[in-house]
Design a protein around this ligand. Structure first.
Ligand code: ATP
Ligand code: MG
Length: 497
């Protein structure tokens, strides 16, 4: 069941919106200003938030920016008077899905919700359809990727979010195992219940049992107070057992029992405790090997391995590097915006990654996988002075690797394409002939920009300036679309009916 939050200082408006939403049996919560809204967002996950633009204490734009800071995929719609449409458009640049002019009728409201349900992030959050290249979920994160490997993972996550079985996630360090576990939990019916993480490798062996199952006072030396275990904290929700390969054998026996019977006994207690917890486990170890060495129980392995999810290493899904870079650029821009100018509305300092830098990243082997890529993009944010991440802002070892992979001659050719200054560029194939300027030069960047601008004007005309529709039909994310419209000085309002 979808759950919405209405944030408006006007009690009558909140009441009428509540009635409309409840007529479809949606769950509704209210907040009278941004401050109250933020405290609600901290404790509850909403499928959608309706935000008034003008409110005392904290206005709608600031509230939106704080909500997006917590979870960039939250579905937010601005409520606005006619005179505030400008603000609403700004809000869309900040990631609001759309705006509704007051008075809000049930027809306007439902057509917006239905539109969102059939197309965007709300669909994904509600688990209505299979994902394409992005998986949005609560908990402040989303996963991106276009390779067949990651699309298979997204697909599995959607399927497994609908059931309650245990899942075993396997993959090298930094491939996104914890992210997948969160995606599973926050796309499932348990999403409003706790998601509890236990790093089995980080707990001293003699404390693992008490950490997981709790203990009675005096159960062992040092147990001066009764302690509730992680299983009980996670009751109703999901327990994520990270680094399960490091779990001591004794705790494995107890874990197997909880998986089979849903019951366990806290250390030093005579009383059994029943819990309703979904188990998601992850490991970067070769569990089959551990089983054969007697370090991991075979029965537990089979119990967990009913639904394995294997995350391929980044070097096997090179196709994801571009979309991950764009995602990370947006993420770091958002971070910069919030630290440097809270609530600021400017588009990011760095907007893209250039051709050569992307090729360098694609030719690297990524032993630390996506975590390493994150560090590289963050590094580039510090060093890059232009608007695109370029070779010179990448770490030395990645540049050196690129130089080795591509021969000097090829790098030269690539650079010539990028700088569009290679008059002697070999066009034997004839492919680029139509793009040559009068002097025989090949200006790729300006051709690309001309094409982008005409394409956007055509799209604005065709869809009468409606951003959501354009984003949907052109496969450009809304964020990129707004950024590009800004870049070319195009105003969607000029194309309205
Ligand atoms: N597909 C993805 N899209 C966006 N971000 C991703 C993706 N996969 C991983 N990340 C990011 O990469 C980082 C590492 O992911 P995560 O912590 O889930 O990896 P892990 O497999 O659990 O690593 P470890 O084995 O070291 O614990 C995180 O910051 C995560 O947000
Ligand atoms: Mg992890």
């Amino acid at each position: 069941m979808l759950k919405f939050l209405i944030v408006d200082d006007d009690e009558i408006l909140r009441f009428s919106l509540r009635k409309i939403l409840e007529s479809r049996s949606y769950l509704v919560d209210e907040a009278q200003d941004g401050v109250e809204a933020l405290s609600k967002v901290d404790t509850c996950i909403y499928d959608g938030i309706f935000l008034d633009v003008n409110m005392p204490n904290m206005g709608g734009l600031e509230t939106l920016s704080r909500i997006k800071e917590k979870n960039s995929s939250t579905f937010c719609v601005m409520l606005t008077a006619y005179s505030n449409v400008e603000d609403a458009l700004e809000a869309m640049k900040m990631g609001a899905y759309d705006y509704l002019e007051k008075p809000v009728t049930s027809q306007k409201l439902f057509s917006l919700i239905d539109d969102a349900l059939s197309t965007t992030s709300m669909v994904k959050m509600a688990g209505y359809c299979a994902p394409k290249t992005e998986l949005d979920f609560g908990g402040g994160r989303s996963m991106v990727g276009e390779s067949e490997g990651i699309k298979r993972v997204f697909d599995l996550v959607y399927k497994l979010a609908l059931v309650d079985s245990s899942v075993l996630i396997m993959g090298e360090s930094g491939t996104g195992k914890e992210l997948v576990a969160r995606a599973l939990h926050f796309s499932s019916a348990r999403k409003r219940q706790p998601f509890v993480v236990v790093n089995c490798g980080a707990i001293p062996e003699n404390l693992v049992e008490s950490e997981l199952f709790g203990h009675e006072r005096g159960a062992f030396t040092g147990a001066d107070k009764k302690k509730i275990g992680k299983f009980q904290y996670a009751n109703g929700g999901t327990l994520f057992l990270d680094e399960i390969g490091d779990m001591p054998l004794l705790a494995q026996v107890k874990l197997l029992r909880v998986l089979q019977e849903g019951r366990f006994t806290p250390v030093g207690s005579n009383q059994e405790v029943s819990v309703d917890v979904r188990i998601i486990a992850a490991t970067n170890k070769h569990l089959v090997k551990l089983v054969s060495q007697g370090l991991f129980r075979a029965d537990l392995f089979y119990r967990l391995n009913v639904f394995p999810i294997i995350l391929p290493p980044l070097r096997e899904r090179v196709k994801d590097i571009k979309s991950l870079c764009h995602y990370l650029i947006d993420k770091f821009n958002m971070k910069e915006k919030h630290t440097k100018q809270p609530g600021g509305l400017t588009t990011g300092r760095i907007q893209d990654i250039d051709y050569l830098a992307l090729k360098a990243l694609e030719s690297y082997s990524w032993p630390g996988n996506i975590r390493e890529l994150e560090n590289v993009v963050e590094h580039a944010f510090v060093l890059e002075t232009g608007s695109q991440i370029s070779l010179k802002s990448l770490p030395e070892h990645i540049r050196e690797n690129f130089e080795k992979v591509v021969s000097e001659k090829n790098i030269q050719t690539l650079e010539n394409i990028k700088d569009s200054s290679d008059k002697a560029y070999d066009t034997k194939s004839g492919i680029f002939t139509s793009f040559m300027d009068d002097g025989g030069g090949l200006d790729f960047i300006s051709m690309k920009e001309q094409f982008e601008k005409s394409f956007l004007i055509e799209a604005l005309r065709r869809y009468k300036g409606r951003i959501n529709q354009i984003a949907l039909s052109t496969n450009i994310t809304k964020m990129t679309l707004l950024r590009k419209l800004d870049k070319y000085g195009l105003d969607p309002k000029e194309f309205y009916d």
